[in-house]
Design a protein around this ligand. Structure first.
Ligand code: ZN
Length: 336
């Protein structure tokens, strides 16, 4: 069922309108500019590390507060048996996998460089100022993420690993982290390793993390915002709600992580500012363990048993009931 939007939408006083139009931009610009300044002004590693940690945590806390004050759908603030799954996934993705990938990523990149005989001193980005290198690296990573995400919606095997991200019935900050660890690791390998192999600096990768951390916190946010023309640059929450529609035609759109330009360029863009998706969730979720995180980890390996076989049994039962009904109708017609 379609859920009601906040009463009063569209008749906001000007400060609310200003907030809705600028909150995302101001936060993104502030966090990005702060980190760029720290990285280019000779600050200590300790300061950089503290701010690197503080930016996403502050943005997440801010978003969590604003979700309570100015939601797009107030009932999305109410748990639906999904909190445990969301928190487990957040803990594993953010607290375990991120440090693990940060630790092994550089070693993997060196291994690849060595095995394909790229000179270790080679860097595609030599001589570029950090802002320029960071922009290129962010675009490269986002391009890789876009295609892997899009492929995961169209390839049945990859979908098994991405489906848990769509097993949410509402949109709010935390369920942006509902990611199968294998999907998360695969995205990392496909999107982040190439620029690392091409010599991206640690500073450029930090800039990517900061931009993704801020943009990603807003993407699932249950906050009423008006992004206007930014919807044609960034993958905003106005766009991403359509990506979580249970209607496949809508759900297979808007695959960009940070930017929506890939969706515009490659024909997967969908925006309807006059409407909202009727349902958030999976298409065909009848047999899917929607709120059980541990079962979701096993879903890709038990897909046939848990999803395909029950669906086939259900289809066979429906077919047989249909046949019986047709036979009964034919018999009663012949008796008339
Ligand atoms: Zn998706």
């Amino acid at each position: 069922m379609s859920e009601k939007l906040n009463p009063g939408m569209g008749i906001n006083p000007w400060p609310i309108n200003l907030f809705e139009r600028s909150f995302f931009t101001v936060t993104l610009a502030t966090g990005t500019a702060l980190m760029l300044w720290l990285l280019t002004s000779g600050q200590s590693q300790q300061t950089i590390q503290v701010v690197y940690f503080a930016i996403p945590v502050s943005v997440m806390l801010l978003v969590l507060c604003i979700e309570k004050l100015h939601p797009i759908q107030r009932n999305w603030s109410q748990p639906r048996g999904d909190t445990a799954a969301d928190l487990w996934s957040l803990s594993i993705v953010a607290l375990a996998m991120e440090p693990l990938m940060t630790a092994i990523g550089p070693a993997l990149a060196v291994l690849i460089v060595t095995s394909i005989a790229i000179p270790s001193a080679f860097s595609l980005f030599t001589g570029m100022p950090l802002w320029q290198e960071a922009l290129l690296v962010i675009l490269m990573i986002d391009f890789g993420k876009y295609w892997f995400h899009r492929a995961s919606h169209h390839n049945a095997f990859l979908w098994r690993f991405h489906s848990s991200h769509h097993a949410v019935k509402r949109m709010y900050l935390i369920n942006g982290f509902r990611l199968h660890p294998i999907y998360h690791m695969s995205t990392y390998m496909i999107a982040i390793l190439p620029p690392m192999v091409l010599g991206a600096s640690q500073e450029a990768l930090i800039m990517h993390s900061v931009v993704l951390g801020i943009a990603g916190s807003f993407q699932h946010a249950n906050i009423k915002l008006q992004h206007g023309p930014l919807n044609y640059i960034f993958s905003t929450n106005e766009l991403h709600r359509w990506h979580h529609s249970s209607n496949i035609q809508e759900g297979n759109k808007n695959c960009g992580a940070i930017f929506s330009v890939w969706d515009i360029l490659f024909g997967s863009y969908h925006l309807d500012l006059n409407g909202e998706p009727k349902n958030i969730g999976l298409h065909g979720e009848e047999f899917y363990p929607m709120n059980n995180y541990w079962k979701q980890l096993a879903v890709p390996f038990l897909w046939k048993k848990w999803m395909d076989e029950p669906m086939a049994r259900k289809a066979a039962l429906a077919k047989s009931a249909n046949t019986n009904m047709n036979t009964a109708t034919a018999n009663s017609a012949s008796q008339e």
